[in-house]
Design a protein around this ligand. Structure first.
Ligand code: AP5
Length: 221
């Protein structure tokens, strides 16, 4: 299965991608995570990416496409993948299509997560991440204890808030989503690849809706 998860910041793409890994036996490829790793390593590309991410803008296509090309070339992506946060504009969508055409393995489906604005703001303000294992928590729906610590790591590191989850940056990210990413829905609808799910429901309900969309496609393979 070659899956794209699309949706506004905080719509739950990362949370659901994590759940699909085991179910479909394919890796999650999150450009946000890959860019944060590059930024943490302090490479010149990473530092350029960090500046864009901290402002809420998109990172330059040349950087993102380089990272994606390398990641899709790794052995674990040969059976399929869950793209989370990529593509995010038309040039990225076109570059992805041409990469996949070259190997004769086009996308199977693009799932768009619909969540209303107020819920997105609530989710993002409550998001906390473990700096060790990267697991995502939410103080509203998954209280990890007070003070908040990761309950999955032995040394229980203190959870942290993402730098780009501050209110002013979130507003900019949502604006960038509406202007540059959301129009991809029409692009994929025209190709017959788009499925839309209501994602403003509890996590398990959203997973069930997602599986309902994906299983028939898996059976058809
Ligand atoms: P990225 O890391 O991709 O962030 P994003 O797309 O803005 O998405 P988020 O990670 O904020 O949200 P999510 O949808 O994964 O939600 P989550 O599951 O965490 O990108 C960050 C930056 O990197 C971009 O701004 C850009 O600068 C750069 N970038 C990345 N990709 C790029 C690209 N292709 N091109 C250019 N630049 C790029 O959930 C959010 C919270 O809600 C969590 O706390 C979670 O626990 C909670 N939650 C999840 N589901 C539910 C539910 N059903 N009910 C209640 N709470 C829920």
């Amino acid at each position: 299965m070659r899956i794209v998860l699309m949706g506004a910041p905080g719509s739950g793409k990362g949370t659901q991608a994590q759940r699909l890994i085991e179910r479909f036996g394919i890796p999650q490829i999150s450009t946000g995570d890959l860019l944060r790793e590059a930024a943490a390593r302090g490479t010149p590309y990473g530092l350029r990416a960090r500046a864009a991410m901290d402002s809420g803008a998109l990172v330059a296509d040349e950087i993102v496409l380089g990272i994606i090309r390398e990641r899709l070339g790794q052995a674990d992506a040969a059976r399929g993948f869950i793209l989370d946060g990529f593509p995010r504009n038309l040039p990225q969508a076109e570059a992805l299509a041409s990469m996949l055409d070259t190997i004769g393995k086009p996308l199977d489906v693009v799932v768009l997560f619909e969540v209303d604005y107020a819920e997105i703001v609530r989710r993002i303000s409550g998001r906390r991440t473990c700096p060790r294992c990267g697991r995502v928590f939410n103080v509203h729906t998954h209280p990890p204890g007070t003070p908040p610590h990761c309950d999955q790591c032995d040394d229980r590191p203190k959870l942290v808030q993402r730098r780009d989850d501050e209110e002013v940056t979130v507003k900019r990210r949502l604006q960038v989503y509406e202007e540059q990413t959301r129009p991809l829905a029409e692009h994929y609808a025209a190709q017959g690849l788009l499925r839309v799910i209501q994602a403003d429901a509890p996590v398990d309900v959203v997973t069930a809706r997602l599986i309902e969309v994906l299983e028939p496609l898996e059976r058809a393979q």
